[in-house]
Design a protein around this ligand. Sequence first.
Ligand code: GUN
Ligand code: FE
Length: 456
Amino acid sequence: THAIRGTFFDFVDDPWNHVGDEEASARFVKDGLLVVEDGIITAFGPYSELSAEYGDVETTHIEHRIITPGFIDGHIHLPQTRVLGAYGLQLLPWLQKWVFPEEARYADRDYAIAGTKRFFNNLLASGTTTAQVFTSTSPVCTEELFEEATRRNMRMIGGLTGIDQNAPEYFADTPESFYENSKILIEKYHNVGRNLYAVTPRFAFGSSPEQMEKCQQLKKEYPDTWVNTHISENPHEIRGVLDLHPDCDDYLAVYEKYDLVGPKFSGGHGVWLSDDEFKRIHDKDASVTFCPHSNLFLGSGLFRLGKAKDPAQKVRLSFGTDMGGGNRFGMLQVLDGAYKVGMINNTILDGSIDPSRMATAESERNKLSAYRAFYSITLGGAEGLFIDDKVGSFEVGKEADFVALDWTQGPAGADWHSQLIADGGDPVTVDDAANMLFGIMIVGDERAVDQTWVMG
Ligand code: GUN
Ligand code: FE
């Protein structure tokens, strides 16, 4: 048993449920104690209340930091670690020219090991402790994901990423190879240590009806597995999918046809989802991932955050880098991108950036406060990935993954935060902390991520 003493900030509810009173969704403990046993949180609260019982426990005192739960990346591609920042193309030609050739290299064990190490180092440096991960068509890449996650004791969701059409022959798999390899990987890794397996058809444009049937069969044989894919990202992709499935009225209907949409299903991007698709995702308790940098970098479009958070049909929502498609590894930068997408969406909705004209309920929901932002990459992300019983907050019984943020580190050095906090020092109130977190997500970068802790 050991303990961490410091200033903690986490969430007990979705701040979108508390318009005008967002701090009610958060929990700010200025001088707190987090007690960890075998990686699990066994006590959490104000130091003054816990010191009698835990005063003798070996304690690490983390001073002048805000400690939040580890960040959760809902959508990232491990084998794209070395194709960041490819110039000039939108989704489909970008995949062909840059992504498939690079991902094909991950059939080579040594290449996969080196790329996987770099992938995990980048995650931890950015404060990301959990991710839902796409791999490649080669089982080698998926094996290395889970082997390295096991070595680092990190909770990862991922799976062999199938594509048997609209891909070059050297990279494509087949429905049979996808099924057989997925089965072996599920048996070997799912629920072993912290690993969770996701049946992963890359996207409906890349998986034939036969491969989709194999996904349906896998999910039926292993109902406890996750399902991860892409949905409604780019107009050319969507047209292609609807051409392939003339019996489907929209993109979501393809995944529905193969019984994949329900709890533990995540669709990445969802830029062009209709109101009706959001409603069905809500009704089926499935999930969407908002990947702002990727949607901007590849020119895919503007995700309708305010629609996804419509109380009448709110969907589970994680945020993701979509690294490869996204051009930043860190979730703090994703928050910066998400904030800006909300602002642009509101210009489109309201025709003005004048706050007095941001009158609609949807445009209010597009605004990414620090509360909404940090919720979305911690507890909200965990809910979006159906792992909120395991991670995402400091609730007793959860796994002790957390980051210590240093608000003085960043492009403006130690000065900018003193404008936010009257005495220039540590946050005193929950609003002080939220102001500092907003500064970190908009002005800062991973220099603010001072420490990343996994399982205590
Ligand atoms: N759709 C299918 N594959 C991919 C991918 O690798 N990245 C993105 N952003 N979208 C995809
Ligand atoms: Fe993606």
